[in-house]
Design a protein around this ligand. Structure first.
Ligand SMILES: Cc1ncc(COP(=O)(O)O)c(C=O)c1O
Length: 399
């Protein structure tokens, strides 16, 4: 059979890096590659009780649900969002199969072949893949530790008339950055003035290492949700468990309705058994306390990785200590090509993600991303020893 796949799927082809990382699964390679939460902190018992309670509640638990998602859960999420100064009703929200699906469906309903979208530099790799499958051109805006450079943003809006701007303003993936309020306001203003949709992706906002710090979501800085340019996405993946595949989009009703139409075509609705279990979980389990616990544990892991990186004293290695989220973004000596380094690292028994695929345009090939949330102390120490060994070998062989 000669299969004739659609052109759009070419953009979705598995990358060489992904193929290499796949080989490490099930081996004794220590992986700092995935964006995985730590299994030891999953609230297994509470989740189990939630499913038991749900299944005890009757046969309806197993019935089809609404495309927009289980209404009582949407109401609970709206209540939680109010504490972030996001004041919306369930009609402004759709539940999706992780926030990844919301990203993809928004692309499907809003983007057309040839449109331009702007992103941070670097940005979330799976968002790039999803947007590119809709035939758009992705342009990177110069970015630093405070967010997008507003001058470059203005210049690129003028030059490209983008339809959508995608940002992860609180603990970005991969760079772990937090935007200043000034940059958040600047971006919002630019989007409002130019009728550009602002896709604010916030999976990591709750994973902040200073419990008192405030990082206002961009949507909270605008009159919302009606007529706002902002579409806000978040998820239970990093706070409860990614396996429950429950995320949400918040926006003007017209945007939610359009996403709903695309969702009907895609999957009718996301798993309603998981949504109902989450509803029971939020009723019976103190999620806020649980989030504080993961924050503290992840902060300790982040600190350990920070100290280990410093201890190894690797030449020309630079990083910024993240204030939350799950990643270190590391710049190494300009002579090191991190895709090549990965091959050596895997031989030494450690994996990371090279930086190249996170860049929409010209990549910095001497960058890489390290996840610190998934490995315990002992494994992290051993993994960082292997990382340092691989780096020193690389430098000896290539420089
Ligand atoms: C920036 C960003 N957005 C979206 C997602 C998707 O998360 P999920 O679909 O599990 O909600 C991730 C996952 O790692 C992410 O890093």
């Amino acid at each position: 059979m000669k299969y004739s796949f659609a052109k759009s799927i070419e953009q979705l082809e598995s990358s060489a890096v992904r193929d290499i990382l796949k080989l490490t699964q099930g081996s004794d390679v220590i992986s700092f590659a995935g964006g995985l939460p730590a299994e030891e902190f999953f609230p297994v018992e509470a989740v189990k009780q939630a499913y038991i309670k749900l299944l005890d509640s009757g046969k309806n638990a197993l019935q089809y649900g609404l495309t927009d998602g289980y209404l009582p859960l949407r109401e609970q999420i709206c209540q939680r969002l109010a504490s972030k100064n996001i004041h919306v009703g369930p009609e402004n929200m759709i539940l999706t199969t992780g926030s990844q699906q919301a990203l993809d469906l928004l692309g499907r309903v809003y983007l057309e072949q040839g449109d331009v979208i702007l992103v941070e530099n670097p940005t979330y790799l799976a968002a790039l893949q999803s947007f590119r499958s809709y035939g758009v051109r992705v342009v990177a805006v110069e970015s630093d530790n405070d967010g997008m450079n507003l001058e470059d943003l203005q210049a690129k809006i003028k030059a490209h008339r983008p339809k959508l701007i995608y940002v992860v303003p609180t603990f970005s993936n991969p760079a772990g950055r937090v935007w200043s309020t000034e940059r958040r306001l600047g971006l919002l203003k630019a989007c409002k003035m130019n009728d550009i949709l602002l896709l604010e992706d916030d999976p990591y906002g709750e994973i902040k290492f200073d419990d008192q710090a405030e990082y206002p979501p961009i949507i909270s800085l605008d009159d919302h949700p009606a007529d706002s340019p902002v579409v806000y996405l978040s998820t239970f993946s990093k706070t409860v468990a990614p396996a429950m595949r429950t995320g949400w989009a918040v926006a003007d009703k017209r945007v939610i309705q359009a996403i709903g139409k695309a969702k009907q075509a895609a999957d009718l609705h996301s798993s309603s058994i998981d949504q109902q279990a989450l509803y029971y979980l939020l009723g019976d389990f103190n999620l806020d306390e649980h989030i504080v616990k993961i924050r503290h544990n992840y902060k300790a892991r982040m600190q350990l990785m920070n100290d280990l990186l410093a201890e190894k004293n690797l030449p020309e290695v630079k990083w910024t200590k993240p204030a939350g989220g799950m990643f270190f973004w590391v710049e190494v000596s300009p002579q090191v090509h991190t895709e090549q380094l990965l091959k050596m690292a895997i031989k030494e028994g450690v994996a990371f993600v090279p930086g190249t695929p996170f860049f929409a345009e010209t990549p910095l090939t001497n960058t890489l991303r390290l996840n610190y949330t998934h490995t315990d102390e002992e494994t992290m120490r051993e993994g960082m020893n292997r990382f340092a060994k691989a780096m020193n070998q690389y430098l000896t062989a290539h420089v």
